[in-house]
Design a protein around this ligand. Structure first.
Ligand code: DGY
Length: 324
C-alpha cells in the first residue's frame, strides 16, 4: 500500500501532484483557497496513519498531533521558513524529521520588508487611505512630508538570508547597515554590506529604522518589549516581517502613543489575525495581512519544496532543507 501524506490546509495543487508522481497517496483536508483553516479535530483525524504531513502556520505540531498521526509518521514538512508552530524536540524524540522552506522566499520577504520601510518612512499607507476616503488634497511644499532614507542607518535584527537580502536592498537606497544577533553573521555578507554589529539595545538607540528578521524562539519572544522600545529614538521606525510575538504589541502601542518612536510597519502579529486595538487605529502604523512570501512564484516554490522534502524522507533519502 502506498504511504500517505496529509495536506490539511489549502496548498498549491502542484505539491499534491508531485507527491502522487512519487507514488504517494495524498489525504487532502478539502479546504478551498479562501476557506478558514481546517479545525484542529479535522486535522488530527486527517493525519492518522500518515507517513508525512505538509504543515502550515495554522497547524500546531505538538505531542497531541504526533499521537494522532501515530508511529508511522516520518516527516513534518512545514511550508514556511519559520517553524515555531512545530515542536521540533517532540518530533526528534519520535524520530520524525522536520523540514522547512528556506531560500525560496528570501527575495519576496525582503521585497516586502523594503516596501514596509518605504511605507512607514514616507507615510504612504496614511496618504493612500486619505486619498481613497475622498479627503481633499493638493500639492504643497509642507504637506505629506516623510523621512528620506539616504544616509540613514537600517538596523537588522537577525542577519540571516532574509535580513541580508533586506539590507542589500537598503544599501541600494543609500542606507548604512548595522545588525544585532545572537551569532556573528557570515563575514563575507558583513563585508559586502559594510555592516557593523551592535548589541541589540545599542542598535535600537542608534538606528533610524529597525527591521526584525529573527526566528521566533523562547529567547526572542517579546525581544522588543517596553524596555527595548524605550531605547529607540522618537524619529525612528520599527518594521516586523518576522513573527508577531517577537514584539510586545501592547508595549508598542504604548510607546507609539507616548511618541517614543515615529511609526511602525507590521506584516505579522502576536495573535493572528487579530490586530491589537492600540495599533489598529493609528495613522503612524502600517498593517499588512502576513503577505511576506505572498507572490505566486514564491508560494508555488514553497509548496513544491515542502512536497520534495516529504517525498525524499519517505523514500529514505536526505531531505533538501531539514530543520536544524
Ligand atoms: C515563513 O515562511 O515563515 C512565512 O512567514 C510564511 O509566509
Amino acid at each position: 500500500m502506498a504511504a500517505r501524506v496529509a495536506i490539511p490546509q489549502w496548498l498549491q495543487p502542484e505539491a499534491a501532484a508531485l507527491l502522487r508522481d512519487a507514488g504517494l497517496d495524498v489525504a487532502d483536508g478539502g479546504r478551498g483557497v479562501d476557506d478558514d483553516p481546517l479545525p484542529r479535530a479535522g486535522t488530527l483525524a486527517l493525519v492518522e496513519g500518515c507517513a508525512g504531513v505538509l504543515t502550515q502556520l495554522a497547524d500546531r505540531v505538538d505531542d497531541a498531533f504526533l499521537d494522532a498521526a501515530g508511529p508511522g509518521l516520518r516527516v513534518v514538512a512545514n511550508v514556511a521558513v519559520g517553524h515555531d508552530n512545530v515542536d521540533v524536540g517532540a518530533c526528534s524524540r519520535r524520530g520524525v524529521v522536520v523540514t522547512n522552506t528556506p531560500g525560496v522566499l528570501t527575495d519576496a520577504t525582503a521585497d516586502l520588508a523594503l516596501a514596509l520601510i518605504l511605507m512607514a518612512t514616507r507615510r504612504l499607507g496614511d496618504a493612500e487611505r486619505r486619498v481613497r476616503t475622498g479627503e481633499p488634497w493638493r500639492w504643497g511644499m509642507g504637506r505629506n512630508l516623510g523621512t528620506g532614507l539616504q544616509g540613514r542607518t537600517l538596523g537588522i535584527v537577525g542577519l540571516g538570508q532574509i535580513g541580508a537580502a533586506t539590507a542589500r536592498r537598503a544599501r541600494a537606497l543609500g542606507m548604512h547597515i548595522a545588525y544585532a544577533g545572537r551569532r556573528d553573521a557570515d563575514p563575507a555578507v558583513v563585508r559586502e554590506l559594510g555592516a557593523r554589529r551592535l548589541p541589540l539595545h545599542d542598535l535600537l538607540a542608534a538606528c533610524d529604522v529597525v527591521s526584525l528578521h529573527c526566528p521566533l524562539t523562547p529567547e526572542t519572544r517579546h525581544l522588543v518589549d517596553a524596555r527595548a522600545l524605550a531605547r529607540m529614538r522618537p524619529d525612528a521606525f520599527l518594521v516586523n516581517t518576522a513573527r508577531g510575538p517577537v514584539v510586545d504589541e501592547a508595549a508598542l502601542a504604548d510607546a507609539l502613543r507616548a511618541g517614543a518612536l515615529a511609526g511602525a510597519a507590521l506584516d505579522v502579529y502576536e495573535d493572528e489575525p487579530r490586530i491589537h486595538p492600540g495599533l489598529a487605529g493609528r495613522d503612524d502604523v502600517v498593517l499588512l495581512p502576513h503577505v511576506g512570501s505572498a507572490t505566486r512564484e514564491t508560494r508555488r516554490a514553497m509548496a513544491l519544496l515542502a512536497a520534495r522534502n516529504a517525498a525524499a524522507v519517505i523514500a529514505g533519502e536526505r531531505p533538501l532543507t531539514p530543520v536544524g
